[in-house]
Design a protein around this ligand. Structure first.
Ligand code: AHG
Ligand code: MN
Ligand code: MN
Length: 327
């Protein structure tokens, strides 16, 4: 049996990265316990305020954010923290060599209905050791990430982690409190017949995305010549986890629902970490056309359209977008 602690001690190249992963995953155990108690821990419902993105915060969004922030502030390797729930990045230990970004609670609308939620994290190098970190220090492309992953609080709590080119899956043993390795070198099939999208936004999508979904719905009667199946967890962690387990395509595409937003998902603490996991598992992650990991960020909270998962399907979506662009 290999635990996360064993794995990080024996296999990872950067001890500071291992230490920060340990801090995050320890907080994950606390969040997992709170979720298990649910209503009894008084964690459900609204916190009564909004984050910088105008979204209502749930009690658990705030609680998970504070737990991660407090724990990382005490980690000497962590030079700063950026979060969905914080207006600006918070400096931590100036001598640290790492920056940490996180979505403390992904899938907030699932909390009150006892459905899957998660925590997503991304670890970047810090270049100005000795000085206090600022927002600008975090503005690095996703291809610079040293490690990334998520905790999925589902029927069991799982950790998906990518570090040193490997994608690993651990399951939290509630008896021992250890994350136990259950899969190493996770890989996903290039082809799939399963896709995830919130179809209620159809009228706001651009023409190639509408065409793509029309083709999937037409199934064996249409140009694709086979049937497709929809799944939508309403928490990106759940959908990405399914894709790491059995392939698939997940998209939250560009839409015109809100002119100020290029998509719903946030580049730096949702799209980038998930893209690193998916690419290292042999899949692809794009904004429909371009590789997400190569986007140079201009704002820690910027949004991006996301199309990720099984390689050939992501490539097909890109082809449709290119065909429409050249018309
Ligand atoms: P968050 O709860 O961190 O704001 O993120 C929720 C995101 C993502 O996890 C999910 O895929 C998507 O929002 C669901 O959106 P819809 O409510 O439009 O289905
Ligand atoms: Mn989220
Ligand atoms: Mn969130």
């Amino acid at each position: 049996m290999t635990t996360l602690t064993h794995y990080l001690n024996d296999h990872t190249a950067n001890p500071a990265v291992s230490d920060v992963i340990t801090t995050i995953t320890e907080v994950g155990k606390t969040i997992s316990q709170l979720l298990r108690k649910g209503a009894l821990a008084d964690i459900l419902g609204e916190a009564g305020n909004q984050n910088i993105q105008g979204e209502d915060q749930k009690k658990l969004d705030v609680l998970a954010n504070d737990l991660l922030l407090d724990a990382l502030a005490q980690n000497s390797h962590c030079a700063g923290v950026a979060s969905e729930e914080l207006d600006n990045a918070t400096p931590a230990n100036a001598d640290g060599s790492l920056l940490v970004l996180f979505d403390p609670l992904d899938g907030s609308s699932n909390i009150d209905i006892n459905m899957a939620v998660g925590t997503i994290f991304s670890i970047l190098p810090y270049q100005r050791q000795g000085e206090d970190s600022e927002n600008e220090d975090f503005l690095q492309a996703g291809n610079q990430q040293l490690a990334a992953g998520y905790l999925l609080y589902g029927t069991s709590t799982m950790l998906a982690l990518t570090v040193d080119d490997n994608v690993l899956m651990f399951s939290l043993d509630p008896d021992s409190g250890d994350y136990v390795l259950i899969e190493d070198k996770v890989q996903i099939d290039a082809d799939t017949s399963e896709y995830a999208i919130n179809g209620s936004n159809y009228r706001y999508w651009c023409a190639p995305m509408q065409q793509y979904i029309d083709e999937l719905i037409a199934g064996k009667d249409g140009v694709r010549g086979r049937n497709f199946n929809t799944r939508w967890v309403a928490a990106m962690v759940g959908d990405v986890h399914r894709i790491l387990c059995r392939g698939g395509l997940f998209t939250y595409p560009f839409d015109t629902k809100d002119a100020k937003k290029a998509g719903k998902l946030r580049l730096m603490y949702e799209a980038n970490p998930m893209s690193l996991l998916i690419e290292r598992a042999g899949g692809s992650a794009t904004d429909a056309v371009n590789r997400i990991l190569d986007i140079e960020p201009t704002d820690i909270h910027q949004r991006v359209p996301v199309v990720l998962g099984s390689k050939n399907e992501v490539s097909y979506v890109k082809d449709l977008h290119m065909q429409h662009a050249s018309k």
